[in-house]
Design a protein around this ligand. Structure first.
Ligand code: GLV
Length: 307
């Protein structure tokens, strides 16, 4: 068996993690590597990673599964995935925790006025902001990651509300459901943490009306850039919105000419909110490979029909 790794970032660590987990397998990283290591394409049973070259999959006749190193599946190309090949996405608890830490970091930053103190520092001003009532954190997208983010916010006693397309039970504040309750959700939230995946149903779901309903709140996006209307976001930032913390964008990398880079109310990070730890990720992915080898359905399988 051979494993094709399609991971441009931190590749050495991914190879190391894979070689530790599968010491008997050959790990290859490119078409050249396949030739160099004299691997028969028919030996490639698993493709792992993020930057999958969908059109090459057909060259591996014994391919069993594509194991994504991402939670997001918006870059999948089903037309090029051979029938019968299993696809899984990655839900790695350590990645969910990282995203939660990112969200908590920014909520605390604004809720505790650290942005204000930072700007006061530049004028040598020692002034304590008035206390304000508790800020409500709205979790936009209450899936596997959103649930962890909600838990961590709850740990810090932030009031939490949430929204998703379907009914969910949550131990926190009100859960808003579907398009009809989206504006109400934004009105109820002071800080919105967006964790929505991108699909036809969520494209530009956050627009001018939603951002207006958020008022002088903070919008944190660690989901997908395409779920937000960027023009509307820029207008909201020019208006009442207090700040936007953006880790994901409609186009990545964010083009140098984007006005978001220099907007005084925007914080930009380069899609690192949930940086994947190769070792914990390979644990999860490896377990899925074991399940497939034993004839069991892997966890977090993505089904063609549900896409
Ligand atoms: C990262 O954005 C992911 O989808 O895992």
């Amino acid at each position: 068996m051979a494993i094709l790794l399609r991971m441009p970032r931190r590749r050495e660590l991914w190879i190391d993690a894979l070689e530790q987990r599968f010491p008997d397998q050959t790990v290859v990283v490119s078409a050249n590597d396949i030739i160099r290591k004299n691997v028969d394409p028919a030996d490639i049973e698993y493709v792992i990673g993020w930057s999958i070259k969908w059109d090459e999959l057909v060259q591996y006749p014994n391919l069993k599964a594509v194991l994504l190193s991402s939670a997001g599946i918006d870059h999948l190309d089903w037309d090029l995935i051979p029938e019968g090949v299993v696809v899984t996405r990655l839900i790695d608890p350590s990645m969910s925790n990282e995203i939660a830490a990112y969200a908590v970091h920014w909520v605390v930053h604004f809720a505790r006025f650290f942005d204000l103190y930072r700007s006061q520092q530049h004028q040598a001003v020692w002034e304590i902001a008035p206390t304000r009532p508790d800020k409500t954190v709205g979790i936009l997208g209450l899936g596997a990651i959103g649930t962890v983010v909600a838990d961590r916010m709850g740990d810090f006693d932030y009031p939490v509300v949430s929204w998703s397309r379907s009914e969910k039970s949550t131990p926190y504040g009100r859960h808003y459901v579907g398009a009809v309750e989206l504006l109400e959700f934004f009105e109820a939230s002071d800080y919105v943490v967006n964790l929505l995946p991108l699909s036809d149903a969520t494209a530009h779901v956050v627009g001018a009306d939603e951002l207006a309903a958020l008022g002088s709140g903070v919008f944190i996006n660690a989901g997908r850039g395409g779920t937000v209307d960027t023009e509307a976001l820029l207008q909201a930032l020019d208006g009442e919105l207090h700040a936007a913390v953006l880790d994901v964008f409609e186009t990545e990398p964010l083009p140098p000419e984007s006005p978001l880079w220099s907007h005084p109310k925007a914080v930009i990070t380069p899609h690192v909110a949930g940086e994947t730890n190769p070792y914990t990720a390979i644990d999860v992915i490896g377990n899925n490979i074991d399940r497939i080898e034993q004839g069991d359905e892997p966890l977090t399988q993505v089904h063609r029909s549900t896409y």
